[in-house]
Ligand binder design. Structure first.
Ligand code: GBH
Length: 457
């Protein structure tokens, strides 16, 4: 409330969930414990020439042993939700076959700890750590992988679906598909021809659909499920009615192989035309699975992907929109991460105007900084600026009616940042990777004020 007792202008809706997000491979460590099988990331970090820096996640944040402390940190933030991922190779060390009960036990203990702390568990089934045994048989190029993913989802829903009310299927589809199988910058590090990449993309959304159906069939009634996608966020470069319409078209078409087919149950004509002879093989039955109804859209939003404006030059822009390149001088955090707070306003607004999902979650948002400990403290003023500006735009979206139900900050603790190893720190808490000591940064104090007031401060 404001000084005069009225509702604060910068408040979020009542019941808005404030959380943080992590992924199994980036925090857990304990890669050889309790029967876990190897994943493609264990292989990738040991393959010469793949990592930007020499690092593994064998220990990472040692969260596998320190999860009670990490849940305490979340409670101190005033968080009411937590998005974590489940390691498929802990549950099925060979990807399929007999489940490993010790794998589920870990997540069961974590979930109980969260519930005792008043924090709602939101579980991601796949955050990139495919069992190596499945990769050895083709990984996501093979239809066996989406089918195995469905079976894994069913088992997890049976074991945890009594206490976990929200599941995310797959994290960041385009990184699984394009970074994994086309550019090869992330595991499994392949560079396949276009037809196979399109087939991998089809298998990824098929796996999503099979998991949606499995969770509904095996979880408690009312369980909710959706993706955690890094959909391209298309922003009208200047807010005019024509540019907003152009950005809506760009949202559908630049996400046509992923969130669009998940929400519409069909590939757009332009997507299939552009793919031509390289289009994926698929059936109508596949499309029905892929388009299984969702309870919410989860979307990781770090930045604007495309600044868009309307164009009536049909020869050069047949779909009616033009993409403007980022200026080289555009400010950024990590090299890929343009500072663009408007993305977290336009993302929910356009997802809602194009597809009208029942609910939207911001499943990740955050920024990397150098974050050095000085005299036992980290004064990460850049992250506070980041949070204030992005949350301001998110608040504007909710105030205008976007049905965003919660926000998950990436991340609660510094962790293993994939090919960048431990160089890029994303946490609200600093981690000393020699001692495993966690120290709240200034941004943790800022986040606590946000959760306390349910408003941008
Ligand atoms: C998300 O990825 C992930 O879901 C999460 O696991 C990750 O920790 C977080 O965001 C922060 O990055 O180094 O230039 O070759 C965001 C997408 C994909 C961005 C890999 C960096 C490597 C680009 N990330 N990408 S580069």
């Amino acid at each position: 409330t404001t000084a005069d007792g009225g509702p604060a202008a910068r408040s979020f809706p009542d019941g808005f969930l404030w959380g943080t997000a992590t992924a199994a491979y980036q925090i857990e460590g304990a890669v050889d414990e309790d029967g876990r099988g190897p994943s493609i990331w264990d292989t990738f970090v040991r393959t010469p020439g793949k990592m930007l820096v020499d690092a593994t996640a064998d220990v990472a944040c040692d969260h596998y042993h320190r999860y009670p402390e990490d849940v305490r940190l979340m409670k101190e933030l005033g968080a009411t939700a937590y998005r974590f991922s489940i390691s498929w190779p802990r549950i099925f060390p060979d990807g399929t076959g007999t489940p490993n009960p010790k794998g589920i036990d870990f997540y069961s203990r974590l979930v109980d700890q969260l519930l005792a702390a008043g924090i709602a568990p939101f579980a991601t089934l796949y955050h990139w750590d495919l069992p190596q045994a499945l990769q050895d048989r083709g990984g996501w190029t093979s239809r066996e992988t989406p089918e195995a993913f469905g079976a894994y989802a069913a088992h997890v829903a049976e074991q945890l679906g009594d206490r976990v009310g929200h599941f995310f299927t797959i994290n960041e589809f385009s990184n699984l598909v394009d970074s994994g199988y086309a550019t090869g910058i992330l595991a499994p590090g392949l560079q396949l021809p276009a037809q196979q990449v399109n087939q991998v993309r089809h298998h990824a959304v098929l796996g999503h659909g099979l998991a949606v159906q499995a969770i509904r069939a095996h979880g408690r009634p009312g369980i909710k499920v959706g993706p955690a996608d890094n959909s391209n966020i298309c922003v009208p470069v200047i807010d005019t009615p024509e540019n907003v319409r152009a950005a809506e078209t760009a949202m559908r078409e630049t996400n046509a192989g992923l969130i669009t087919v998940m929400l519409e149950g069909r590939y757009t004509d332009a997507y299939l035309e552009a793919a031509g002879a390289d289009a994926p093989a698929f059936t109508d039955a596949d499309l029905a699975v892929i388009g299984s109804p969702l309870d919410f859209v989860g979307v990781n939003i770090y930045q604007t992907n495309f600044y868009v404006r309307a164009s009536d030059d049909v020869a050069t822009h047949p779909l009616g929109y033009e993409v403007l390149p980022f200026q080289p001088s555009h400010p950024h955090f990590a090299s890929w991460h343009h500072v663009s707070p408007e993305s977290i306003y336009w993302g929910p607004r356009l997802i809602q105007s194009v597809w009208d999902p029942a609910e939207i979650y911001i499943t990740e948002n955050g920024c990397a900084a150098t974050d050095e400990l000085v005299d036992g403290a980290v004064a990460d003023t850049a992250r506070v600026m980041f949070l204030r500006s992005y949350l301001g735009e998110l608040q504007r979206a909710t105030a205008e009616g976007a049905r965003v139900k919660g926000y998950f900050h990436w991340s609660v603790i510094d962790n293993f940042e994939w090919i960048a190893g431990y160089l890029n720190r994303y946490g609200l808490h600093h981690v000393d990777f020699d001692t495993q000591v966690r120290t709240p940064k200034l941004s943790a104090e800022y986040f606590r004020q946000v959760t306390r007031t349910n408003a941008v401060v």
